[in-house]
Ligand binder design. Structure first.
Ligand code: ADP
Ligand code: ADP
Length: 245
């Protein structure tokens, strides 16, 4: 089955910027796919549509996006069942999106909030096994020792690894990573890509990762989708990527 299916997706922002132009693509379960393209080519807009954070053009009635068989949006409307689908989708951003004043552990536990009764979530009342789950996730990304530190005390690479741990605790089946290594030094970038690659292989989590550099796509992803001006201009084996997009 496909993890992500997009058909006829167009997005025009206010002010007439055509950010996406009839994009159709699918990503199979367990794939790790790179999304490549110059700044402004539409990568981030595409990822936010798949996550159900942005709505496609209303007049594009044929547009449909499904994740793991569930409709995220159709005909320019977000699905009514989006909250159930959202728990399946882990989103990782360039700027990590942790709560700086909270501990690393609590940031990772936040991955559970979509699944808990609202009050328990609000009060931060986590069971012992939930704490253990979060600690295991932190161990997998190599920052268990920093669990009690405030998130703001971590390096950028460590913060991004905490964000990955949060998606693991969430139980995401699909990870959408929007330029996750763009703010990192090369060593941290390799480490973050290595972790994404490992959870893709070991847990079978589907990964769609937007990247600036073709080198990382070639090294970590078998398949690359390249975008230019809101359109898919290449979709195939990363080894066949020749152009600098
Ligand atoms: P990328 O992630 O490849 O850099 P984006 O998806 O961020 O590309 O942007 C695609 C196009 O849409 C660009 O022209 C950008 O300026 C425009 N754009 C992105 N977000 C918005 C927004 N919220 N409002 C208006 N225009 C936007
Ligand atoms: P780890 O070994 O915990 O997986 P790293 O390889 O990122 O993490 O970092 C190696 C060591 O350097 C760790 O002990 C970590 O706490 C420390 N460290 C890394 N970045 C910073 C930073 N920005 N400020 C303080 N200590 C850091």
């Amino acid at each position: 089955m496909s993890a992500i299916v997009i058909s006829g997706l167009s997005k025009t922002y206010l002010g007439n910027t055509r950010a996406l132009d009839r994009v159709s693509l699918s990503v199979g379960q367990g794939e790790m796919v790179a999304l490549i393209g110059a700044s402004g080519s539409g990568k981030s807009t595409l990822i936010r549509h798949i996550a159900g954070l942005v709505c496609a053009d209303k007049n594009a009635s044929s547009c449909k996006i499904c994740v793991d068989g569930a409709v995220v949006q159709e005909g320019g409307r977000i699905s009514r069942n989006i909250s159930a689908t959202r728990t399946e989708i882990g989103v990782i951003f360039q700027q990590f999106n942790l709560v700086p004043r909270l501990s690393v552990l609590n940031n990772v536990l936040a991955g559970l909030l979509g699944k808990l009764p609202v009050l328990r979530g609000m009060l931060g009342l986590f069971h012992k096994h939930e704490n253990q789950l979060a600690m295991q996730a932190l161990q997998r990304v190599g920052i268990a020792h920093a669990a009690r530190q405030r998130a703001s005390t971590l390096s950028g690479g460590q913060q991004q690894r905490a964000a990955i741990a949060r998606t693991l605790v969430q139980g995401a089946k699909v990870i959408l990573a929007d330029e996750p290594i763009a703010s990192l030094d090369p060593a941290s970038a390799k480490r973050v890509m290595g972790i994404l690659s490992r959870i893709n292989v070991e847990d079978g989590i589907t990964v769609l990762v937007s990247l600036h550099q073709v080198e990382y796509a070639r090294r970590y992803c078998k398949r690359t989708i390249a975008m230019r001006a809101g359109q898919v201009v290449f979709d195939g084996p990363s080894s066949e990527l020749t152009t600098q997009f």
